[in-house]
Ligand binder design. Structure first.
Ligand SMILES: Cc1cc2nc3c(=O)[nH]c(=O)nc-3n(C[C@H](O)[C@H](O)[C@H](O)COP(=O)(O)O)c2cc1C
Length: 421
């Protein structure tokens, strides 16, 4: 019998704001900064590790001019998207339905080949994609470009030049061919004579997530985007998106666990929280594979336990093997314990090895964080703590970490049905 046990753990996300101070503050209850929507916005500064690329396609140099100015303004790298066969004036004849551009744009499967090659897209976390508008859309060569590389975890910002039309739905059309884990921002049309000042103003208003710990803005946390039982998502400091609600699997094992996860997935749940300690990683993995839902759509959290910290590399591989789903979306250290810093470093390496996408902590409170954070390089993408009306931990739970503008997410966890309803 299919049964979703207990209650789906709801996840409350709080974004850390603040200037450089040293104190990690505690939940105070009355703190206005805690409330989503009233959090103070600080001026976003570009993170040290952020690397931007301006990629552009241009036939008559309008887009090229804008792209060059933008790259210069942002100190970004620049890449020209060049088709194998250049477009002649005849090819660009938009009044001729038989011109090359007309034929390509009318063919949904057209993908003109590229002659230019982008070196190591993985080094960039933000890509500004510039193109001319052709009949309200992006030229098909931009589609070829997007399908040629893996933009998972990247932010893409479209921009265009045109004879007068706006950017319209060209950005959304392009977004539809990339995977769910690519973060698209709304684009803008620019005149070829756009000034540096105008570009700077536009850039300063973009909600670009930081690669490291510099997320200072909660505006990409938007519950309005959740629909039909599907949770909306938030972008972690790693650049990956995470649904804001999901199912916790503590105490579920074997077939019961598989059934619960399958049932949850059928109902639209896309975040699953498991752990070595729950003894159900295998069952979770089985359910995910059985569900037939594309892997990219599902976000899996697992945790390694203090008893595993001294052999963390092995523990990571063990979790990967049991889950057997290719990669782990988010791995946490389950509790503070001896060897936790070393275990965290092993997770950092696993991120580099592309086994894990994001890393974080669980059951780390103010004091533990104050000690732990200075010892590690990667700011945790998330801290998962038990918080709900029956377990408030007001004195110990961090909601604001000023030391490096850390981005935390709190999960009211294990809210038992019989206690609350
Ligand atoms: C095939 C084709 C179709 C075009 N369609 C539009 C259009 O729908 N709306 C518009 O405002 N401009 C349109 N234009 C004008 C271009 O968008 C504009 O000239 C652009 O700045 C050219 O950029 P480039 O110099 O980088 O190639 C079109 C141009 C071509 C060649």
């Amino acid at each position: 019998m299919k049964k979703v046990i207990l209650l789906v753990s709801s996840i409350l996300c709080l974004v850390m704001l603040g200037s450089c101070g040293s104190e990690i503050s505690k939940i105070g209850g009355e703190n206005e900064d805690m409330k989503i929507g009233t959090a103070k916005r600080t001026k976003r500064e570009r993170g040290k590790e952020d690397k931007y690329l301006v990629a552009y396609f241009s036939c008559t140099n309008n887009t090229k001019t804008v792209a060059n100015r933008l790259a210069e303004t942002l100190s970004a790298d620049i890449h020209e998207i060049q088709p194998e066969e250049n477009y002649t004036a005849t090819d660009l004849e938009y009044n001729d339905p038989k011109s090359r551009s007309s034929i390509e744009q009318n063919d949904p499967n057209s993908r003109p080949k590229l002659s230019s090659q982008l070196n190591d897209v993985s080094q960039y976390n933000v890509i500004f994609l510039a193109y001319p508008i052709w009949w309200g859309s992006a030229p098909k060569v931009i589609y070829t470009f997007l399908e040629s590389y893996d933009f998972t975890g990247k932010t893409i910002v479209p921009l265009c030049t045109s004879g007068g039309s706006g950017i319209g739905s060209s950005g959304e059309e392009l977004e539809s061919i990339t995977n769910d884990q690519t973060n698209w921002l709304s684009g803008k049309r620019f005149d070829k004579n756009v000034s540096t000042k105008e570009l700077k103003t536009w850039f300063s208003k973009l909600n670009i997530p930081k690669k490291t710990s510099q997320v200072t803005d909660i505006s990409n946390f938007n519950l309005e985007h959740g629909k039909n039982g599907n949770a909306s998502s938030i972008t972690l400091n790693s650049g990956y998106k995470m649904p804001v609600a999901g199912i916790g699997t503590y105490s579920l094992e074997n077939e019961e666990c598989e059934d619960a996860i399958l049932s949850a997935l059928e109902s639209g749940v896309r975040l699953i929280d498991t752990a070595y300690m729950y003894r159900n990683e295998e069952a979770v993995g089985n359910a995910i594979r059985k569900s037939g839902i594309p892997r990219e759509e599902i976000f899996v959290i697992t945790k390694i336990y203090p008893s595993q910290f001294d052999k963390a590399n092995q523990a990571i591989d063990e979790a990967m093997g049991k889950l057997n789903i290719g990669y782990v979306d988010l791995m946490l250290l389950h509790h503070p314990g001896e060897g936790d810093v070393k275990a965290y470093k092993a997770m950092e390496k696993a991120v580099k090895d592309k086994k894990i996408r994001s890393i974080g902590l669980s059951n780390w409170y103010v004091e533990e964080l104050e000690e732990f954070l200075p010892q590690v390089e990667t700011t945790p993408a998330l801290v998962q703590n038990e918080i709900h009306p029956y377990y408030q931990e007001k004195e110990r739970s961090p909601v604001k970490c000023c030391c490096s503008m850390i981005f935390f997410i709190f999960i009211p966890h294990f809210i038992f049905y019989n206690k609350l309803f």
